[in-house]
Write a protein that binds this ligand. Structure first.
Ligand code: C5P
Length: 247
C-alpha cells in the first residue's frame, strides 16, 4: 500500500547553509510545511544564533541543530540542555567524545524533558566525518579501517542509548545490519540525478538512500541553491519510492 505522502516529506531535512537569518527565513517560508525539518549548522548558528532557531520553531517547523558537540561530558550535556530549551527536534554530537559524554547528555536531556514536559529531541551521533579517509587515519596513527570504526562507534552509540547516527550513503546498509531497525540513520550527501554534485564525492540519489535504509535524508544545495527551490523540492519528492510508514 502506498504510504501517505506526509510520511515521505517528513523524512526530508533541508540544510539551511546560508550566511544570514533573512536568507534562511526566506527559504523556511517558501518550503514551510513541505519538509520534515530544517537543519541549522555551524555557519548559520554562528551568525544568527538561537533567536533564529526559536523563530523557525515558533513558526511551526522543526529544527535539526547540527553543531556536532564534542567536548567533556558536562559541557556537552549543558549545551544539549540549551538546545532543548530553544525547541530543537534533533541535535547531534560526536560519538568519539566517549560513552560517558553520550550517557550524561542523554540522562540530562531525559531529565529536563520529563520534568518540564517538553518533547525529547532525537540525539544522533557523528561517527567518522566523511571528509576523513584511510590516509587521514594513517597520519593520525589510527590503524583500524574507517569502515570498522564507523560500525564500532555506531554500536557504542546504540549501546549508550543514542537514537541514531549521521552516516554517508555508503555506510547505511552496514550500520543498519549492525544496529538493527529502529536505530535512526540520517544521511547527507544526497544528489538527485539531475543536480550538480557540488563538492560531494560519494553521494547517492534520494531514492537510493531511502532504499538502502536511511530514515532521514539531508539535502541542501540541490534545493536551496536552485532558482526554483519549490519546484526542485517537488521533483525530489516525486522521485522518492513509496515508503512504508515513517519513523
Ligand atoms: O548542500 P548539500 O546537500 O551538500 O548539504 C549537505 C549538508 O549535510 C551540509 O550541511 C553538510 O555540512 C552536511 N554534511 C555532509 N556530509 C557529512 C556530514 C554533514 O554533507 N558527512
Amino acid at each position: 500500500m502506498e504510504a501517505p505522502r506526509a510520511k515521505i516529506k517528513d523524512r526530508l531535512i533541508i540544510a539551511l547553509d546560508v550566511p544570514a537569518a533573512d536568507k534562511a527565513l526566506k527559504l523556511v517560508n517558501l518550503l514551510k510545511g513541505k519538509v520534515g525539518m530544517f537543519k541549522v549548522g555551524s555557519q548559520l548558528f554562528t551568525t544568527a544564533g538561537p533567536q533564529l532557531v526559536r523563530e523557525i520553531v515558533s513558526g511551526g517547523d522543526k529544527v535539526f541543530l547540527d553543531l556536532k558537540f564534542h567536548d567533556i561530558p558536562r559541557t556537552v550535556a549543558n549545551a544539549a540542555l540549551e538546545a532543548v530549551k530553544i525547541g530543537v527536534s534533533m541535535f547531534n554530537l560526536h560519538t568519539m567524545g566517549g560513552m560517558d559524554m553520550m550517557r550524561l547528555t542523554i540522562q540530562e536531556t531525559d531529565r529536563y524533558c520529563s520534568t518540564f514536559k517538553v518533547p525529547r529531541p532525537k540525539i544522533v551521533g557523528i561517527t567518522v566525518l566523511t571528509s576523513l579517509n584511510q590516509e587521514s587515519f594513517k597520519r593520525m596513527g589510527l590503524e583500524r579501517s574507517v569502515d570498522e570504526i564507523v560500525i564500532r562507534l555506531s554500536q557504542l552509540a546504540l549501546e549508550t542509548g543514542l537514537d541514531g547516527v549521521v552516516a554517508s550513503p555508503r555506510e547505511i546498509r552496514a550500520i543498519r545490519e549492525a544496529c538493527g531497525e529502529g536505530f535512526i540513520i540520517v544521511t547527507p550527501g544526497i544528489r538527485p540525478s539531475w543536480a550538480s554534485a557540488d563538492d560531494q564525492r560519494r553521494f547517492a540519489t534520494p531514492r537510493e538512500a531511502i532504499e538502502a535504509g536511511a530514515d532521514y535524508i539531508v539535502i541542501g544545495r540541490p534545493i536551496t541553491g536552485s532558482k526554483a527551490p519549490l519546484l526542485s523540492l517537488e521533483r525530489v519528492l516525486s522521485e522518492l519510492p513509496s515508503l512504508q510508514g515513517g519513523k
